[in-house]
Design a protein around this ligand. Structure first.
Ligand SMILES: NC(=O)c1ccc[n+]([C@@H]2O[C@H](COP(=O)([O-])OP(=O)(O)OC[C@H]3O[C@@H](n4cnc5c(N)ncnc54)[C@H](OP(=O)(O)O)[C@@H]3O)[C@@H](O)[C@H]2O)c1
Length: 291
């Protein structure tokens, strides 16, 4: 299986090929030999069809669903249309792709579908209500589908990163700077801007992984002889996710997150920074092992 992995032709997709330069540079010699580019908008039925039709025999061994958009802020100030866009990309976008390749995988009794979810697909985080909901929806969809697919020898795996340093984070900060949050009361805007956002920046800084960490984790999942269904990439999040299963009433996780955000204040900053130094090398290496 390991050797097989390196024989894959990779088709990397993007909505606008004008933005390909960074990827082409990173691909080096692989570009045009084992790495090819194709246009894909996961929100568009026709684009999804065209992309898969462009592949020889429409044969896909491994489908990696990575496209996703974030959304943070008080829900009072977010139009429903904007919320729908998040579901259109993070949820229906993945389903569109799966529907396009799954029948052939089932026929061949072979294939691996990978979905990049998030820790927020397992545990909701304040002010990320709609984004978390879109990832929860994906988790429920995958949990259900994985059972049927197993019958056809098709594997489904979820990758669940915590914070990762990508444009996602920059887009969020940029977006927040530009917005006024009409419709939200001053207290809520204060909690969002002056309490949630600084904590979020701290957490990204202290616990953030790199895209390479996530790629290595994904590669291990693809190469595994028995790929796991769930793959949390950052073990520092395991205790947070476990809280909800430790108390069936849900109170423990709701109150823990409340205290972390509203009562720990500067202590939270110090704890996150302490965690950053404690986990700087050794633990982070362990984060990318699916086992
Ligand atoms: N960064 C994090 O902290 C974090 C944490 C947990 C999970 N995740 C998940 O990781 C995945 C990758 O995110 P990222 O951090 O790499 O964010 P990113 O840098 O913003 O990249 C997101 C990618 O999705 C693509 N995309 C968005 N809408 C699309 C559409 N309609 N059709 C096709 N492609 C589309 C974007 O393409 P364009 O260049 O065309 O916009 C971009 O390449 C997402 O599913 C995200 O939810 C991220």
């Amino acid at each position: 299986m390991n050797n097989y992995f390196f024989m894959f032709s990779v088709i990397a997709t993007m909505r606008d090929l004008k933005r390909k330069d960074k990827l082409v540079e990173a691909a080096g010699d692989a570009y045009g030999k084992t790495l090819f580019l194709a246009v894909l908008d996961v929100c568009n039925d026709e684009s999804v069809k065209q992309c898969i039709n462009g592949i020889k025999d429409r044969h896909v061994d491994v489908l990696i669903n990575n496209a996703g958009i974030g959304l943070v802020g008080p829900i009072e100030s977010i139009p429903i249309e904007e919320m729908k866009k998040v579901f259109e990309t993070n949820f229906f976008g993945v389903i569109r792709m799966i529907k396009e390749v799954m029948p052939d995988m089932k026929k061949r009794r072979a294939g691996h579908i990978i979905v990049v979810s998030s820790v927020m697909g397992l545990q909701g985080i304040v002010f990320n209500d709609v984004y978390a909901a879109s990832k929860f929806a994906m988790e429920g969809f995958c949990e259900s589908l994985a059972v049927q697919l197993l019958r056809f020898n098709v594997i489904l795996s979820l990758i669940e990163p915590g914070p990762v340093h990508t444009e996602f984070e920059a887009k969020m900060i940029q977006d927040v700077k530009q917005k006024e949050y009409p419709g939200a009361d001053p207290d809520t805007v204060h909690y969002f801007k002056n309490i949630y956002l600084p904590s979020s920046v701290d957490i990204f800084e202290a616990l953030g992984q790199t895209p390479d960490d996530i790629a290595r984790c994904t590669k291990k999942v693809i190469e595994a002889s028995r790929p796991r269904f769930r793959n949390l990439t950052n073990p520092l999040y395991t205790p947070l996710v476990a809280l909800k299963y430790a108390d069936e009433t849900g109170g423990l996780s709701v109150h823990t997150f409340y205290h972390m955000l509203f009562n720990m204040g500067s202590l939270m900053h110090v704890s996150v920074m302490a965690m950053k130094y404690l986990t700087c090398g050794c633990l982070r290496k362990r984060t990318i092992s699916p086992s």
